[in-house]
Design a protein around this ligand. Structure first.
Ligand code: FAD
Length: 470
């Protein structure tokens, strides 16, 4: 079909130019020399949710294995000062945005990728899709010669673009976390609403900006299990990561139930909660450094009365009670869901690819992996065997399935020489330096502990999944 003002053609139409769409496109053009792609995104630039992130956001994992396969992010340095001292550097939000802008421009310079920002994909059309230019309103047809790639299935929800689920009286003060730096004042008290990573970041930002802990209240419906940042380190520190993976398998092999599993993980230092006396049920695979944990524990005013229903001038009304507030209290909305809770669906379907998590906690790696499998396998059944979806977790009951699926699929990858080689080489693989450190006694001990435990662990997790599902 010749291209006109009303219609374009492309092998792949990728909906979403966030980290996932870009990592997929980057890998596919490396692995399939003929593929041409068009990426569309509603946002004004590439990079997805990072364009709307709060000003003090940074990656919570190291930059060393984030982004796309063909372009490093940062310099793979270990920080020497600050709360991240001793760990691999983590890009700021601005650095991530600049990086994705550079990625997009390199992809376009390849001559095989077209990126249309401020363009919306309309509906579910596959071989003939429609996109709308949000600037002009013009609608164009896209002839999709091979596949539609849904790179928005796990779209992130951030406070800047979501609607809070509670009411706010006109005399109450509420800001989205993005506005916190501008709204902060010397006499202000703060009520940070939310249980997740964004709320934690807001509290840390306040503490770093010399707000005394007794002027900060944390309103959190659920307690969160966090990971220790030392357990997500690549390259020269990969031994720490391997050790943590072995702790997971060992705890899982012996766990009586999910609560016992988390008690074992906590004993090994694999997971941590801010208040060890409070029941923690939330698990979103977020991580903190020891300094951050210590800082957050200085905040003693914690409201645990369920979800917020209404904020009034003098009080905050929650599911299970209320707490006083006042005109000097600035409520900070950190309640957006963040990672999507979308259920699993096949990654490869007729004429369609739905990008999802496969290996836990590796969004960039997973999108590139799916592109590799698309390029090098012919049958969707085989592709799906190598890329089974693994939904993001939200609570402790999701840990057994999340880990078991990761262990099982990693075993399958090892039996595929081309895939195993690619995984061994891609910068997006957290464990890529493991072979270089395999001779170190501590690493050997971790690998042995993992290999001894992983079979029984997967079996035990299947049983717990069944119990959790009953
Ligand atoms: C604050 C924060 C920090 C994080 N830090 C890390 C980290 O350190 N390490 C890590 O591995 N992961 C991290 N994550 C996880 C995060 O999910 C990924 O890093 C990644 O950025 C998600 O990218 P995405 O492309 O899947 O989704 P998004 O960034 O949400 O991109 C999806 C895109 O699809 C577009 N879109 C949706 N519908 C349409 C349509 N109909 N037409 C056109 N476009 C459409 C949207 O505009 C959006 O830009 C973090 C997440 C958050 C929220």
């Amino acid at each position: 079909m010749p291209e006109t003002a009303d219609s374009i053609a492309s092998d792949y139409l990728v909906v979403g130019a966030g980290a996932s769409g870009l990592a997929f496109a980057d890998a596919l053009i490396q692995e399939d020399p003929d593929a041409e792609l068009t990426l569309v995104d509603r946002r004004p630039g590439p990079g997805g949710h990072w364009l709307d992130a709060y000003p003090f956001v940074r990656l919570h994992t190291p930059s060393a294995y984030y982004g796309v396969g063909s372009l490093p992010l940062g310099k793979d340095r270990i920080d020497e000062t600050g709360e991240n001292a001793g760990f691999y550097e983590r890009a700021t939000g601005a650095e991530v945005r600049d990086y994705f802008a550079e990625v997009a421009s390199r992809l376009e310079r390849s001559g095989r990728v077209r990126i249309l920002t401020e363009h919306e994909h309309l509906g579910r059309g596959e071989s003939r899709a429609q996109i709308r230019d949000l600037g002009t309103g013009a609608v164009r047809e896209v002839e999709v010669r091979r596949k539609l790639v849904d790179a928005r299935y796990l779209e992130v929800s951030v406070p800047a673009t979501h609607e809070p689920s509670f009411e706010v009286a006109p005399d109450a003060r509420l800001v989205p976390v993005n506005d916190l730096p501008d709204a902060a004042g010397p006499e202000t008290r703060y009520a940070v609403i939310g249980s997740g990573k964004t709320a934690v970041d807001a509290c840390l930002w306040l503490l770093e900006n010399d707000v005394e802990p007794d002027r900060i209240r944390s309103v959190r419906p659920r307690e969160h299990w966090f990971h220790h940042r030392r357990h997500y380190q690549p390259l020269d520190l990969v031994g720490e990561t391997m050790e943590s993976i072995s702790f997971d398998a060992e705890a899982a092999a012996q766990a009586a139930d999910v609560e016992d599993l988390f008690a074992r993980l906590e004993d090994s230092g694999r997971v941590v909660r801010l208040d060890p006396s409070a029941d923690a049920t939330m698990y979103r695979v977020t991580m903190l450094s020891p300094d951050e944990i210590d800082a957050l524990r200085r905040i003693e005013d914690v409201v645990r009365l369920g979800h917020v229903r209404r904020i009034e001038g003098d009080r905050i009304v929650l599911q299970q009670g209320e707490a006083d507030a006042g005109p000097d209290v600035l409520h900070v909305d950190c309640t957006a869901v963040g990672l999507s809770n979308a259920p699993a669906t096949p990654v490869f379907e007729d004429g369609r690819i739905v990008l999802q998590q496969v290996r836990q906690n590796s969004p960039s790696f997973n999108a590139a992996l799916i592109a590799f499998v698309e390029a090098h396998r012919d049958e969707d059944a085989e592709r799906n065997r190598l890329c089974p979806p693994n939904p993001y977790p939200s609570g402790i009951g999701d840990w057994p399935g999340l880990s078991r699926r990761t262990w099982e699929v990693e075993q399958r990858w090892l039996r595929e020489p081309d895939l195993a080689r690619w995984i061994g080489e891609t910068r997006l693989n957290l464990l890529r330096a493991l072979p270089e450190h395999a001779g170190e006694p501590a690493v050997q001990a971790s690998v042995e502990r993992f290999l001894q435990s992983v079979g029984p662990a997967a079996e035990r997790m299947r049983e717990l999944e069944k119990l959790e599902g009953e």
